[in-house]
Design a protein around this ligand. Structure first.
Ligand SMILES: [Zn+2]
Length: 392
């Protein structure tokens, strides 16, 4: 596209999305007011109804609900650029967080940053790109899922199982609160609870009992040895500070044993949270943990693969150019410190990136907010990216 044409296009989208700002803000507020806390997964139906109504109002095609997921599309042709986000939020610290409020240029409330503002931005971005006639060689596929915060079964995983995830995908974007950077990779997770069984007996007759705690200690020592070794491994992906490059094995996020100090403990359980870098192998790392935990009952709390899309992928380049042109700041590519739903798409070979209006620093916290300006800018970035990927 010629520079003059590109500038004119940016201008038209900016105009259109500026006038959509009240609608984006209104949708974000209405979504914040629905306490879709996960766990346990409250009020999902209300979110679904609100999102379906907004998509219908904006004239999306194929607006429908599959399980708990809301799907829609804009544009024509099979090539699909997915805009995917989650409508569940982490539990609030106070009920006030479900009363959205604007203060200065910021919108406060649970989910403002992670990621209800992002949903509004991407929905309006797709509608704007379509209305400007920019989706000529493909579609934007809108995918709005629950259960992201618990890596739960009703969201992207369900779509994947049903063969509905990433069909004809040429790329995927998700508006996680990246705070100005682009996430092109994420760590995987193996989170376990290990329980050793024993037999209770009074301390004075401990020879009649079996001390589950003492039986568990050698395994803890083995795990500490593994920790020492794996935490020497560093990812090649970009993340700050440098200490965050290390692979992770954290012990004892939860731990309990026995019933009292003077009774041999009949059980001892503790958690192991292993976060693997994209360069490590899930199966291999899992096997090591299981070997160290021989004799324990093991409950898997989560098991998720790491994923990475090269920053130099064409979608990454287009996205980063538009982040720079809209915000005036060249974004860096970083690895997300947590799980990211890009992994479901990357597993199908679809390039997937996270970039959103929110701030990671306030997400999940008691003062969660999003700068309103970022919502409009993010919508512009998404619309321009779609235009570049799906235009003539
Ligand atoms: Zn999120």
């Amino acid at each position: 596209m010629l520079n003059a044409g590109a500038e004119q296009l940016s201008y038209r989208l900016r105009e259109r999305l500026s006038s959509a700002e009240p609608a984006m803000l209104d949708l974000t507020k209405r979504l914040i007011a629905i306490p879709s806390e996960n766990p346990p997964g409250n009020h999902y139906e209300e979110c679904v109804r609100t999102l379906l109504a907004e998509l219908d109002r904006l004239g999306f095609d194929d607006v429908r609900c599959e399980g708990g997921c809301v799907l829609a599309s804009a544009g024509t042709g099979p090539r699909t650029l997915y805009f995917s986000g989650h409508y569940d939020v982490v539990p609030a610290q106070s009920r006030d967080q479900f009363h959205p409020r604007v203060e200065g240029g910021n919108l406060f409330g649970r989910g403002s940053s992670d990621m209800k503002s992002g949903l509004a931005a991407m929905i309006h971005a797709a509608a704007a790109a379509r209305d400007e006639g920019l989706l000529k060689t493909g579609r934007v596929g809108i995918v709005l899922v629950p259960d992201e915060e618990t890596a739960g079964p009703r969201g992207s995983r369900d779509l994947d199982r049903r063969g509905l995830l990433g069909r004809d995908g040429i790329g995927m974007l998700t508006p996680e609160p990246t705070g100005g950077v682009i996430w092109n990779a994420n760590r995987g997770a193996i989170s376990l609870r290990a329980t050793m069984r024993g037999k209770p007996a009074h301390v004075g007759r401990q020879f009649e009992g079996v001390n589950a705690f003492e039986r568990a200690v050698p395994a803890m020592a083995r795990l500490l040895d593994i920790k020492k070794e794996v935490e020497l491994r560093e990812t090649r992906h970009n993340i700050t500070p440098a200490a965050a490059r290390k692979s992770i094995l954290m012990l004892g996020g939860r731990a309990e044993a026995g019933t009292n100090f003077n009774v041999t403990p009949d059980f001892c359980s503790f958690t192991i949270d292993r976060r693997i870098n994209p360069e490590e192998h899930l199966e291999e790392e899992k096997k090591r943990l299981y070997e160290a935990l021989e004799g324990f009952e093991i409950e898997t709390m989560q098991e998720e693969a790491a994923a990475a899309t090269p920053a130099g992928d064409p979608l990454g380049i287009v996205l980063s150019q538009h982040v720079a042109s809209v915000t005036g700041r060249e974004p860096t590519f970083e690895i997300c410190p947590g799980l990211l739903e890009t992994r479901f798409y990357a597993a199908h070979g679809i390039p997937a990136f996270a970039y959103g209006p929110g701030l990671l620093t306030v997400s999940h916290g008691p003062n969660e907010f999003v700068p309103i300006r970022n919502i409009v800018q993010c919508a512009e970035i998404y619309a321009l990216t779609a235009a570049w990927m799906l235009g003539e």
